[in-house]
Design a protein around this ligand. Structure first.
Ligand code: PHE
Length: 346
């Protein structure tokens, strides 16, 4: 007794050799090679396990050998894990000569375009008022952009919606307002509903500080039994106060649109001077921001709704609202992609 069997001495030697190897390994790759060598499926240690099954091995010897094998295996695994984590923590390229204490280069962070932000704010408030958001195509047909909206082919009001036509066999065009989405939605849905429709529209206007050939609108449509012009005023006033502050007021002026009757234009009390008159509002105190009215019966007829249907609609210009909200004086800034401008809207 006392002296260990040769097999156990062999294992001790193996452990010693592996311990040395692990501590000298200088890379994760080198360490992995050593792992395979000692602990792998065909590694040094695995060769000993079949010996446990050899005939003629006394049961107590077998038990001792088994214990020893497991002990060596565990120790090797512990040593390996320890070396692996110490290699990982010193793996930084300290020898590259770089000064790792210098501040890093922050990655450029993107942001939403001011018009996207404004649309988001407009529809956020309408959502609170119970509206859902719907979208429609930018390429339209005459039927959706005009006819179904009670704008006949030869009617002079078409001039107010001057239009880009596309050179295709059918009369396709770039929508000149978001109102065609009213028709598309009503064709596929039954009242009651209340929707807002943000989107880009196009008109062949000469570009200047307040005009662009492309701009954005948010359309609104509410169709439900008993809805009145009073509801229209209430909804738009609540929206204006959410958008521009509780002091804001709206003023409704009679107007004409072919698809609403009666129709109105709404002016917002100047956000700068509270309707007293200043540079922003040109001394007038009020700023025109939207068109609206009760949906014309001809429009309901075009989508096959029953005669007694009632509803209101409105359409507002997003650029105008963004300019008011942020004091931007030239609409072209929104489309020039100048980062010095865009980065001012965090
Ligand atoms: N579509 C109109 C325009 O672009 C705005 C509007 C929408 C007016 C809905 C009344 C009702 O000028």
């Amino acid at each position: 007794m006392g002296s260990e069997a040769p097999l156990e001495q062999e294992l001790e030697a193996l452990l010693e050799e592996a311990r040395k190897g692990f501590s000298e390994a200088s890379s994760a790759l080198g360490l992995e090679e050593l792992r395979t060598k000692y602990l792998g499926r065909h590694g040094a240690l695995s060769g000993y396990f079949p010996r446990l099954k050899e005939p003629g091995l006394a049961p107590e010897e077998k038990a001792r050998l088994g214990r020893k094998l497991n002990q060596v295996k565990e120790e090797l695994e512990t040593l390996l894990a320890r070396r692996r984590s110490s290699l990982a923590s010193t793996a930084a390229p300290v020898s590259s000569g770089e000064d790792l204490t210098l501040p890093g280069t922050p990655p450029a962070v993107g942001r939403l375009h001011p018009l996207t932000q404004t649309i988001g704010e407009i529809i956020r408030i309408f959502r609170l008022l119970g509206f859902s958001v719907v979208e429609g195509p930018e390429v339209e047909t005459e039927r959706y952009n005009f006819e179904a909206l009670n704008i006949p082919v030869e009617h002079p009001s078409r001039e107010n919606f001057d239009t880009f036509y596309l050179e295709t066999p059918k009369p396709f065009l770039l929508r000149s307002h978001t109102s065609p989405v009213q028709i598309r939605f009503m064709e596929t849905h039954k009242p009651p509903f209340q929707i807002v429709v943000p989107g880009r529209v196009f008109r062949p206007d000469a570009v200047d500080a307040s005009h662009s050939f492309q701009f954005h609108q948010v359309e609104g449509l509410c169709v439900a039994p008993g809805v009145t012009f009073g509801d229209l005023k209430g909804v738009l006033t609540a929206w204006a106060q959410g958008m521009f502050g509780e002091m804001s007021r709206l003023r409704f002026r009679p107007h004409f649109f072919p698809f609403t009757e009666p129709s109105a234009e709404a002016d917002l009390s100047c956000t700068l001077c509270q309707a007293k008159g200043c540079r922003v509002c040109g001394g007038k105190g009020w700023l025109e921001i939207l068109g609206c009215g009760m949906v014309h019966p001809a429009v309901f007829r075009a989508v096959g709704y029953p005669k007694q249907t009632v509803g209101f609609a409105f359409g507002m210009g997003v650029e105008r609202i963004a300019m008011l909200k942020h004091g931007v004086e030239d609409i072209r800034l929104f489309f020039e992609n100048d980062l010095r401008f865009l980065q001012q809207f965090p």
